[in-house]
Ligand binder design. Structure first.
Ligand SMILES: [Zn+2]
Length: 107
């Protein structure tokens, strides 16, 4: 996946995975918990207010809400209200770019 994205000009800074089985009591990282997001925020000095989570499950959207991220849900499986819902990644990216360009113009 990383190689394919690199070939198309994309960039992945990190991949975070919960190593625990679902229901593991001490896990703080399995979505909708925020442990994995917190690690990325720390590793890359990410501003939560200015960032988005894009996901195809309720746990993705909920993890984003729990972290203070803006949320974009993709697909029909999502029942949790996101800031924006769509059916593909391209539309999600276009939404973010359009929204962020508006924000920059108003500053
Ligand atoms: Zn975990």
């Amino acid at each position: 996946m990383v190689q394919l994205l690199n070939e198309e000009g994309g960039k992945i800074d990190g991949i975070y995975v919960c190593p625990h089985y679902p229901g593991f009591e001490s896990c703080t990282c399995r979505k909708p918990k925020t442990g994995l997001i917190n690690m990325a925020v720390s590793d890359f000095s990410i501003s939560l207010n200015n960032s988005y989570i894009i996901g195809d499950s309720d746990s993705d959207v909920l993890a984003g809400k729990n972290s203070g991220l803006k949320t974009v849900g993709i697909g029909e499986r999502i029942k949790t209200e996101a800031d924006f819902c769509t059916y593909n990644v391209e539309e999600a990216v276009n939404y973010i770019l359009k929204r962020e360009s508006k924000c920059q113009k108003s500053v």
